[in-house]
Design a binder for this molecule. Structure first.
Ligand code: 5GP
Ligand code: ZN
Length: 114
């Protein structure tokens, strides 16, 4: 998708601090970190959100979860603990419409809410 920021990161047209990559999945640091560690895991194909992805690329979801798992095992993330979040729709705070999973890790993460 030509006007998608995350597709541009995949294509190397926008720089990002890449922390994980395989054939299907890319992960990079969030530009506006909300925790000590804040990464975004995305699939290399474009689907706008979790719901669209469940229909169009369910295998891709598992590929992303496997990538998160692999990355967490290779780094301190697993030991420290982490949270996985995906926002669906503007009311939930989604601002980039290419499915992404926030992976957050810190000494203490507050509970959910407004
Ligand atoms: P959302 O608000 O859609 O759940 O999450 C989008 C995330 O993408 C935000 O946390 C935002 O900081 C991050 N983001 C937006 N543009 C860029 C960018 O160009 N590079 C990086 N690394 N992160 C971005
Ligand atoms: Zn995209």
């Amino acid at each position: 998708m030509t006007d998608c920021i995350f597709c541009k990161i995949i294509d190397g047209k926008i720089p990002a601090e890449i922390i994980f990559e395989n054939e299907d999945v890319l992960a990079f640091r969030d530009i506006q970190s909300q925790a000590r560690e804040h990464f975004l895991f995305i699939h290399k194909t474009h689907q706008k959100d979790l719901v669209e992805m469940v229909h169009e690329n369910p295998d891709g979801l598992l590929q992303i979860m496997k990538a998160i798992s692999e990355f967490s095992n290779k780094t301190k993330l697993k030991e420290n603990g982490f949270r996985v979040v995906t926002n669906v729709g503007r009311n939930a705070g989604q601002s980039v419409f290419h499915t992404h999973f926030h992976v957050l890790s810190d000494n203490h993460l507050g509970k959910f809410g407004k």
